[in-house]
Design a protein around this ligand. Structure first.
Ligand code: HEC
Ligand code: HEC
Length: 388
């Protein structure tokens, strides 16, 4: 029986605007939520005057000069963060997880038998594909960038537009999407799985109470159960766990810069994101995007949700370019600079951007190989449909 992952925060059902100022700060931090950008940073005499003015005032021309000063690291800045527990490195790989893992790698679930979850969510490259927007079954193109599945189970909602409260809820419609795997009707998907004898037997064992055992719902639960186990610890977690040598002084200054720049009003907690939705261009209008993707508005049809996106995790972000929901930015330095300009109304100098990026690299990590190694897939049966 696949259960929802216990690691997911209790806030997982609070979607939309109501979550803006609500997030759970672990590790007993005195969490000052919302838009208080200066509260956590120690006063720093080395900072150039006139650059820390967040908010819309900073967008007036002429643009404020970029500073190159780096703030000092202060351990109090760590209070808004928490490590992913070590236990994720020793996952229990039971029969249900093994089943979910096989399905994750099985291209027979797609319309042309040409893509599996793993084609786009390549676990050898941080759980995504490196494409601006995803290439789906039969060369279809999604309008969105492939979000990483690594650590997705820790996020309050799934999708760039936060449209599903859990991975299990997200996966069914996602898989059926013609721009993703597009196997046609739900019934057809179940038929394919049922036609592979080893799967039919494994589903009966994994879902004894479900009649029928193989349905689009149990398929989503099996794959979702596996996907939510894909947590990836990094040097940052070892540092937070007390291994102080895991980060060097330059990386810690980069972290201090990230806090001081005000990034933490959106990117905090265990996953440096994944706790709320926010408007892109909240401090200064985002340059008009080429596309017409309205983000969360497409889910809720409420005007307040135009241009609202899930604040994504920053774990592995240095490996998941090109960036943003549409893959429109192809340099990590550039996306960092634009975030500062448009999300906090602040110009960062090159050394400041470089310092933040150096710290972001400490968030790189992979899920345990016993989960990510491609398994042998069971042979097709006589009734397994051929590729379209
Ligand atoms: C064609 C490429 C492609 C395939 C195949 C694919 N995905 Fe995705 N995945 C995407 C894209 C694109 C997004 C972002 C979608 C959006 O936000 O609208 C995404 C988002 C996700 C997310 C949400 C992550 C987050 O943080 O919001 C999960 C979970 C996920 N996919 C799991 C899966 C699973 C499981 C499969 C196999 C059943 C799968 N995907 C197959 C491209 C793909
Ligand atoms: C007001 C909220 C907010 C603040 C403050 C903020 N961000 Fe973001 N960040 C977002 C949102 C929302 C997105 C996703 C936007 C999209 O995909 O269109 C994002 C995306 C990103 C990405 C790209 C992630 C990806 O997977 O493509 C990076 C990198 C990033 N932010 C870094 C930063 C840094 C560094 C700062 C501080 C200078 C910062 N952010 C401040 C809300 C914020």
């Amino acid at each position: 029986m696949v259960r929802r992952d216990a690691n997911r925060p209790a806030s997982s059902r609070r979607l939309g605007a109501s979550v803006l100022a609500v997030f759970v700060v672990s590790a007993g931090a005195a969490g000052s939520a919302g838009c208080d950008k200066k509260g956590h940073a120690p006063p720093d005499p080395s900072e150039a005057p006139g650059v820390a003015n967040g908010g819309s005032g900073a967008s007036a021309s002429p643009a404020p000069a970029a500073s190159t000063a780096l703030p000092a690291f202060d351990p109090a800045q760590l209070n808004l963060f928490a490590p992913i527990p070590e236990a994720v490195e020793k996952p229990v790989v039971d029969e249900t997880i093994k089943l979910g893992r096989m399905l994750f790698f099985d291209a027979r679930l797609s319309r042309g038998h040409d893509v599996s979850c793993a084609s786009c969510h390549d676990l050898g490259r941080a759980g995504q594909d490196g494409e601006p927007t995803a290439k789906g079954a039969k060369q279809a193109r999604s309008k969105r960038n492939t979000a990483t599945v690594l650590n997705a189970g820790g996020s309050f909602a799934q999708g760039w537009d936060a449209r599903a409260a859990s991975v299990e809820d997200f996966v069914g419609p996602h898989l059926l999407d013609p721009a993703i795997m597009g196997p046609g009707a739900e019934a057809h998907l179940a038929e394919v799985v049922l036609s592979i004898p080893a799967y039919a037997a494994a589903f009966k064992k994994a879902f004894p109470d479900d009649k029928p055992a193989v349905s689009s719902e149990t398929i989503a639960r099996a794959i979702g159960g596996y996907t939510t186990k894909l947590f990836a610890r990094s040097r940052w977690d070892r540092y937070l766990g007390g291994e102080t040598a895991a980060l060097d002084a330059a990386e810690l200054r980069g972290f201090a810069m990230f806090v001081e720049a005000g990034c933490t009003s959106c990117h905090q907690g265990k996953y440096l994101g994944g706790t709320q939705t926010q408007k892109l261009g909240i401090a200064k209008a985002w340059p008009p995007p080429a596309g017409t993707d309205l983000g969360r508005f497409e889910v809720t049809k409420q005007d307040v949700d135009r241009g609202m996106w899930k604040v994504p995790t920053l774990r592995n972000v240095t490996r998941t370019g090109p960036w943003l929901h549409d893959g429109s930015i192809s340099s990590i330095e550039e996306v960092t600079r634009l975030m500062a300009r448009h999300q906090v109304g602040r110009e960062l100098g090159d050394p400041q951007v470089a310092a933040i990026v150096a710290w972001l690299r400490t968030l790189e990590g992979d899920a345990p190989t016993e989960l990510t190694t491609k398994p042998a897939l069971p042979p097709s049966g006589p009734k397994t449909p051929r590729a379209e």
